[in-house]
Design a protein around this ligand. Sequence first.
Ligand SMILES: Cc1cc2nc3c(=O)[nH]c(=O)nc-3n(C[C@H](O)[C@H](O)[C@H](O)COP(=O)(O)O)c2cc1C
Length: 192
Amino acid sequence: MMNQSLSIREAIIQRRSIKLFNGQPVEQDVLMSILEDALWAPNHQLRQPWRFVVACGSELLDLYDVLKEFALPKWKELSEEDLEKQMKKYTLAGGYVFVIVPEDARQKERLEDYAAASMLVQNVQLLAWDRGIGSCWKTPGFLDNPKFREALGIKAGERIISMLQVGYFDEMPKPKPRKSIEEFVTVFEKHE
Ligand SMILES: Cc1cc2nc3c(=O)[nH]c(=O)nc-3n(C[C@H](O)[C@H](O)[C@H](O)COP(=O)(O)O)c2cc1C
C-alpha cells in the first residue's frame, strides 16, 4: 500500500489551484499512476465517460507550439522575450491532461457524464496534491475551437472539458476563503 501522507480532509482543505508552476517536469509514471487511481471516480452505469490526452515529456514542446497558436494568435508580432514571458503560464506547467468527455445526445446522460468526469478531475487534483504536485483546471475559450480540437485529435461527439495543468511549484497560494456553511443551508421545511 502506498504511503498516504494527507488525510482526505487535509487534502480537500489544503489543496489550492496552482497557477504558477516552477518548470519541473512531472514524471510520466507518476502522472499515469495518479490517473489510474482517479479512475475510481463514481460514474453512472460504469460508462467511464472520459479519455485523456496527456503531455508531460518531450511531447510538451509540440504542445507549446499548438498552445501558442491558440492562446496568442498574434505571437508573430511579439518580441522573442515577450513571447517567452507570455507563454510562461503554459510552459512552466510540468504536464497537461486534457479531459475529454463524450457528448451524449440525451441530456441526463450528458450531465451525468460531465459530473462523473468532474469528480475524476477532483480525484486527480487531490491525488496530485498528496504527492506535492499542484494543478489547475483551466477552461480557455480555445478548447472548443475546431482547429484546436483537430490538433488534439478530438472526435465529433467529444468535448474537452478541462485543460488540467499539473506541476511542481515553489509558492503556496493563499487560501481563497469560502462563505460559511450557514449561508448555503436551508433546513428542510415542508412547503404546502
Ligand atoms: C470548471 C472549472 C473551470 C475553471 N477554469 C479556470 C480557468 O480557466 N482559469 C483559471 O485560472 N482557473 C480556473 N479554475 C480554477 C478556479 O479558478 C479555482 O478553483 C478557484 O479560484 C478556487 O481556488 P482553489 O481551487 O485554489 O480553491 C476552474 C475551476 C473549475 C472547477
